[in-house]
Design a protein around this ligand. Structure first.
Ligand code: SF4
Length: 367
């Protein structure tokens, strides 16, 4: 998806980090409780230090909703997160993304047109009333709305299993799910629920009928969109093996956006919240190899004295789109707010927001 962020003036790019920090602090003080800065776990430290709340995308959106006194929600994360915050917050609140080019490559792998085409293709082959669309939180507002309108729900990496169990509930659920955009979360969750690889097929939007036969479409229980997170898909079984060889007795924790061959051999699999809690609960002296974004891993390492926390991937793996949010962009949006100008506002139209909210509320009711 094309989003265009204009280059920042020299007043933001040709100054020291110290000056930027001073100016961000001053702008923050001036805006006071009218401003609420959200920092996703994967943000870099020069940004995270200013966050009023840290968390994953859904938790941050809920926190924004719980701060109605804040007129300006500055979301240091990526585009779909700012959309979710706009859906959940009041009409008087304005959500701002410091860099418009901070998208999510995974979210962009499932666009609304391709999903609608997939749905229409499915309608021609199967009883569509038996298909429940489920979208991961990491998706556009348009997809959340599609799901809301078609009897499905949103899920997070924490509650994906509960949402999928709901999708297959005997009283009113379906017999098949179309899960997007992350095939790995869908596969890992389905397998953990006791389904088999044979119950699943990958829907490739580049091909007619997703690249599947009619028989496949009829038989398979999980139709998994061909999408992935470029950060988590980098982790390979060889990383786990190398970590274990170097640290006998070490523990491996993988995020469920990692591929199945990694999750299968990890000691534990869980969301960012799970990873944070597991590291916190680990005894002193623990050595833990983590399969998730490097800024979170580095922060957990710094905040866990007496424990050795490291990335499973020695080549370091940041989320390049999250990384677009930096001190210059944060300073730029805040100083504009002080000057009475809202830049980079993210809005979701009323109809899309209404259906997306239905899908989000279904998730909340399930979990
Ligand atoms: S880490 Fe992966 S899923 Fe998360 S924002 Fe980056 S590309 Fe998207």
């Amino acid at each position: 998806m094309l989003r265009i962020q204009a280059a920042l003036p020299d007043a933001y790019t040709a100054v020291s980090q110290e000056e930027l920090a001073e100016r961000i602090g001053a702008a923050k003080d001036q805006l006071g409780s009218r401003l609420f800065i959200l920092g996703h776990h994967y943000q870099r430290e020069e940004v995270m230090r200013w966050a009023d709340a840290r968390g994953d995308s859904f938790r941050l959106s809920v926190l924004a909703q719980q701060h109605p006194e804040a007129d300006f929600i500055v979301f240091c994360g990526v585009h779909f997160m700012a959309e979710s915050a706009d859906i959940l917050t009041g009409d008087h609140q304005q959500v701002i993304l410091p860099d418009l080019n901070a998208g999510c490559s995974m979210a962009d792998m499932a666009d609304i047109e391709s999903v609608q085409e997939a749905w229409e293709a499915l309608e021609r082959v199967v009883d569509i009333k038996q298909v429940v669309p489920i979208t991961y939180m990491n998706s556009s507002a348009a997809l959340k709305a599609f799901v809301g309108e078609h009897g499905g729900a949103v899920c997070t990496s924490t509650n994906a299993r509960a949402v999928l169990e709901w999708a297959f509930r005997p009283d009113g659920g379906g017999t098949k799910v179309l899960f997007f955009p992350d095939q790995h979360l869908g596969r890992n969750t389905g397998l953990a629920m006791g389904y088999h690889h044979d119950d699943m097929a990958v829907w490739n939007p580049r091909y007619e009928m997703g690249g599947m036969t009619e028989a496949d479409l009829k038989e398979k229980t999980f139709l998994l969109w061909k999408g992935h997170c470029s950060v988590h898909q980098r982790f390979r079984p060889e990383h786990v093996e190398a970590f274990r060889a170097a640290h006998p007795g070490g523990i491996v924790i993988a995020h469920p956006e990692c591929a199945y061959d990694v999750c299968q051999i990890a000691d534990a699999v869980g969301s960012t919240d799970y990873i944070i809690r597991a590291i916190d609960a680990a005894p002193p002296g623990s050595v833990i190899g983590v399969g998730t974004e490097i800024h979170l891993v580095q922060r957990l390492a710094a905040e866990s004295p007496g424990k050795t926390i490291m990335s499973l991937d020695p080549l370091i793996c940041p989320c390049s789109t999250m990384f677009r949010i930096d001190a210059p962009h944060l300073c730029w949006v805040l100083e504009n707010l002080v000057a009475g100008k809202v830049v980079n506002r993210i809005t979701v139209d009323a109809e899309t927001a209404r259906w997306a909210k239905v899908a989000l509320e279904r998730m909340l009711a399930i979990t």
